[in-house]
Design a protein around this ligand. Structure first.
Ligand SMILES: Cc1cc2nc3c(=O)[nH]c(=O)nc-3n(C[C@H](O)[C@H](O)[C@H](O)COP(=O)(O)OP(=O)(O)OC[C@H]3O[C@@H](n4cnc5c(N)ncnc54)[C@H](O)[C@@H]3O)c2cc1C
Length: 383
C-alpha cells in the first residue's frame, strides 16, 4: 500500500477519504471498535464556525466549509447544519472578531444585547461591559459520528483496507529511511508513508521517532440541557428563536454551546461545554469521570445565562483534548512519518480539509503553514 494510517478518528478517517480520492492505496488501522468513545471524535455534535480572531483560521474554515459540502455530496447525506452563531462577552471581543471576519470577507453583524435577546430569547446576553453580540450565519453543527462513518465508507468503496480493533504496537523507520514498519498483533506492514493521526496517543506512539512539541492531554466533559418548553417539530429551515451555536467569554466564564443532536437524548437538547483545559490525563489512564466542579460551573452558567433551558443536565460525557502550547495544529512530515495532530479542542470543523492536507503531505506537498510544522512549534516554544 502507498499509505498506512494509524487512527480512525476524524483526522484519520478524513485522510483515508482524501488519499483514496487521489487514487492512493490505504491501510487504516484503528485500535478500538467502530463508534468507540475513548478518543476525541465521538458524538453527534461539534461546532463549525468561521469566527476566529486569527485570519489564518478564518481562511481555513472557509476551505473546510466547501469540503464539508463536497463530502456531503459524495456521501449523499447531510453532515453540517448551519444554525448561525453568536459570540459575546468582553474577553470574546466581538468587535475585533467582527473586524477580522469582515476583513476576511465573511458576513457578520454586531447586535446590541437587547436585539440579540429578542432574536434568541433562550440566551441572556447581559454582560458587565454591556458590549455587543456578534452574529455570523456561516456557522452551525457538524455530526462527527456520521462524518467518520461516511468518510470510511467512501474510502473503503475506493479500496481502502480499514481494520478496527487492530492496535499498532510498534512503529519504526526502515533502515534506509525510505519507509516505515508498523507492527500489530495480527501482522507487520511496511509502507513508504505512515500517517500518525492517533490523537491523545500521539506522543506515546511517535514521540521517540519525531521531535514533537509539548502536548497536553486533558479529560474534558460536556453536558446536555433540555429546553424549558418542548420544541415544536423541527422544520427544515432554522426557525426564528431556534438555537444558534454560541460562545461566551466573559470574566471567568468561557463556555460554548450548540444543539446537541442525538447525544442530547431529548428533543432540542443543548450541549454545553467549558473551553478550559480539563483534568490532566493520559489516553490510556483517563478515568471517564466527570469533574464535579465542572458540572457545578455548567449548571451555574445554564442557570444564569440560558433561561431557555432547564438547568439540571439530562446527561454528560467525557472526551479528550490533545493541546499544543499555542493551540496550533501539527500537520507536518518527517521522513516517512506524517504527523497529524489537529485538536486543542477545535479540530473537528476542519476534518475534510485535514484529510486533504494529510494526503498532500503523504504525496510530498508542504505543510499549509509554517506554524503547523514541527520546526514552527519549536520556534514558537522558544519565543
Ligand atoms: C469535549 C470536546 C468538544 C469539542 N468540541 C469541538 C467543536 O465544537 N468544534 C471543533 O472543531 N472541535 C471540537 N473538538 C475537537 C475535536 O473533536 C478534535 O480536534 C478531533 O476530534 C480530533 O480528532 P483526531 O482524529 O485527531 O483524534 P481521535 O478522534 O482521538 O482519533 C485518534 C484515533 O487513533 C486511535 N489510535 C490511537 N493509538 C492507536 C494505535 N496504537 N493503533 C491504532 N489506533 C490508535 C484511537 O483509538 C482514536 O480512534 C472537541 C473536542 C472535545 C474533546
Amino acid at each position: 500500500m502507498d499509505i498506512i494510517i494509524i487512527g480512525a478518528g476524524l483526522a484519520g478517517s478524513a485522510a483515508a477519504w482524501a488519499a483514496t480520492r487521489r487514487g492512493l492505496s490505504v491501510l487504516l488501522l484503528e485500535a478500538f471498535p467502530a463508534g468507540h468513545k475513548r478518543g476525541s471524535s465521538h458524538g453527534s455534535a461539534r461546532i463549525f464556525r468561521r469566527a476566529y480572531p486569527d485570519p489564518l483560521y478564518v481562511g481555513l474554515t472557509g476551505q473546510a466549509g466547501e469540503l464539508w459540502r463536497r463530502l456531503e455530496d459524495e456521501a449523499a447525506e447531510p453532515l453540517l447544519r448551519l444554525t448561525g452563531g453568536v459570540d459575546f462577552g468582553q474577553r470574546r471581543d466581538p468587535g475585533r472578531l467582527h473586524a477580522v471576519l469582515t476583513a476576511g470577507g465573511v458576513p457578520a453583524e454586531l447586535l446590541s444585547p437587547a436585539a440579540a435577546a429578542e432574536r434568541w430569547p433562550g440566551i441572556s446576553f447581559a454582560t458587565a461591559s454591556g458590549g455587543p453580540v456578534m452574529f455570523h450565519a456561516e456557522s452551525g453543527v457538524l455530526d462527527p459520528d456520521r462524518a467518520m462513518a461516511a468518510m470510511l465508507r467512501l474510502a473503503a468503496e475506493r479500496g481502502a483496507d480499514v481494520r478496527f480493533e487492530t492496535p499498532v504496537t510498534g512503529l519504526t523507520a526502515t533502515t534506509g529511511g525510505d519507509g516505515a514498519v508498523v507492527r500489530t498483533g495480527s501482522g507487520t506492514f511496511t509502507a513508504p508513508t505512515v500517517v500518525v493521526s492517533a490523537g491523545a496517543w500521539l506522543a506515546p506512539l511517535a514521540g521517540d521517532l519525531v521531535p514533537l512539541p509539548e502536548l497536553r492531554v486533558t479529560q474534558q466533559q460536556v453536558f446536555h440541557f433540555a429546553p424549558r418548553e418542548a420544541p415544536a417539530e423541527q422544520p427544515a429551515e432554522q426557525p426564528a428563536g431556534a438555537w444558534p451555536i454560541f460562545i461566551c467569554q466573559d470574566g471567568a466564564e468561557y463556555f460554548y454551546g450548540l444543539p446537541g443532536g442525538r447525544d442530547g437524548g431529548v428533543p432540542g437538547a443543548i450541549k454545553l461545554g467549558e473551553n478550559n483545559h480539563g483534568t490532566p490525563a493520559t489516553a490510556d489512564g483517563r478515568d471517564f469521570t466527570v469533574d464535579p466542579g465542572a458540572r457545578q460551573r455548567a449548571i451555574a452558567f445554564a442557570d444564569s445565562r440560558l433561561p431557555g433551558l432547564n438547568s439540571a443536565p439530562v446527561n454528560e460525557v467525557t472526551c479528550l483534548y490533545t493541546s499544543t502550547a499555542n493551540d496550533d495544529f501539527i500537520l507536518d512530515r518527517q521522513g516517512p512519518f506524517v504527523i497529524a495532530s489537529a485538536c486543542s479542542g477545535h479540530g473537528a470543523k476542519f476534518a475534510p480539509l485535514l484529510g486533504e492536507i494529510i494526503a498532500g503531505l503523504a504525496a510530498g506537498e508542504p505543510s499549509p503553514d509554517p506554524r503547523f510544522t514541527l520546526a514552527g512549534h519549536r520556534l514558537s516554544a522558544s519565543q
